[in-house]
Ligand binder design. Structure first.
Ligand code: GDP
Ligand code: MG
Length: 140
């Protein structure tokens, strides 16, 4: 199986509730290694660029407000099939539809404030990692 990297964000609703460690425990339990991690305050410009694909959606403004409302933890996760594996342990976007034991089922507050982001494909993972990390900040 292929060793991949994916990009993760622990979102403001989760950092506000001191859930960084709880989320990281679920990540590591799934066999994913945290090879890059930093706590930042996203700027409006960073959030708009990051979520540009959703620009036309009715929730875009709310999403940018939320992502800039408090600290986030950006991460690079590494492991076998990391992109898909992380999507699986995150659970569905809407926590009420997420499978039992997933990060969003256990921790998320709502479809908007849903605790974590994870890349949806290898190509987007590479772009997202490059937006927030330089090479020497990732230690495999
Ligand atoms: P994800 O890949 O599971 O994170 O979901 P999407 O890529 O579809 O959406 C990106 C993010 O936008 C989600 O994680 C939510 O934070 C937010 N979002 C998606 N749908 C809604 C919605 O209907 N309402 C609100 N307020 N936020 C949403
Ligand atoms: Mg998405």
């Amino acid at each position: 199986m292929a060793i991949e990297r994916t990009f993760s964000i622990i979102k403001p609703d989760a950092t506000a509730r001191n859930l960084t460690g709880a989320v990281n425990a679920l990540i590591e339990k799934a066999g994913l290694r945290i090879v890059g991690q930093k706590r930042i305050r996203m700027t409006r410009e960073q959030a708009e660029t990051f979520y540009a694909v959703h620009k036309a959606r009715p929730f875009f403004g709310e999403l940018v407000e939320f992502m800039t409302s408090g600290p986030v933890v950006v991460q690079v996760l590494e492991g076998e099939n990391a992109v898909l594996k992380y999507r699986e342990i995150m659970g569905a976007t809407d926590p009420s539809k997420a499978a039992d034991g997933t990060i969003r089922k256990v921790h998320a507050k709502s479809i908007g404030e849903n605790s974590v982001h994870g890349s949806d494909a290898q190509e987007t993972a590479a772009i997202e990692i490059a937006q927030f990390f330089s090479g020497n900040e990732i230690v495999g």
